[in-house]
Design a protein around this ligand. Sequence first.
Ligand SMILES: Cc1ncc(COP(=O)(O)O)c(C=O)c1O
Length: 303
Amino acid sequence: MNSKFTWINGRLVATADATVPFLTAGLHYGVAIFEGIRAYQTPRGLGVFRLREHMKRFDDSSRIVGFRDLPYSVDDLIEIVRSTVRANEFGDCYIRPLLWLADGGWHLTIDSGKPHVAVTVWEQAVYGGHGSPAGGLNACVSSFTRHHPNAMMTKAKVSGNYANSIMAKTDASRNGFDEAIMLDPQGYVAECTGANLFVVRNGKLITPPADAILEGITRDTVVAIAGDLGITVGESQLSRDHLYVVDEVFACGTAAEVVGITSIDHRPVGTGATGPVTTAIREAYLSAVRGGHARSDGWVTMV
Ligand SMILES: Cc1ncc(COP(=O)(O)O)c(C=O)c1O
């Protein structure tokens, strides 16, 4: 990561100096919540995509886990992100706010510790730094089950939740796949390891219901964009074999953007290439994040 400056507990410091003591409960128990946000260059300057929605989810995540009396409001956090992005002076970049349990928390209660907060920024994007590949991804269905919503809170972006994603993605990668699709505890399609999932069948978009997934901000963006394009969108349970017979499948998330999944479990999806609906949504999304879409003004916060 080539991050230059990090804002940590009220101070902007060189990222190398933004360190956390080994004896920090959040590190030992995975009690931390985070966001993944992107800033893109737009004709008006650098803009953060859907910043308020991300910081609202950050606030929601911390409350779901049980933090109370947060030290910063959503408005404060928005300004902290903007100033940290400005300080790093990058072009397109990735923004990582994190809140973790520190100053105690050794008795397996949130109330015996305190929330600490940091925000950092780095330049490297996922998928080798070149954005999501137009050519699509080769995915498998994971043998690891996605969290039950009453075991780990799936609406909260909790660091500890990601051990599940990391196991699934590592297994997929060791087996030669780019991505893993995870099923929920009932056996229905949930989401990818760090992205939501849509399928296209007979020209209609279908995405799994919000029950066992992280409710992605890109997912919400896709629903709006699809509506603008006159594409019908619905939520419905999808079984594993739906994935084998639909016309198109795509993943969407801040890091993944909108990317076709062109093969699942060694079966080509549709024609085996990124399909026309995915392409239309992907193009509209990439234009929205870069300020070139009719909705961009409402979605992009200039830094
Ligand atoms: C498990 C999971 N699902 C979905 C998403 C997509 O969320 P968003 O579109 O808000 O980035 C992410 C990424 O944050 C994720 O980690």
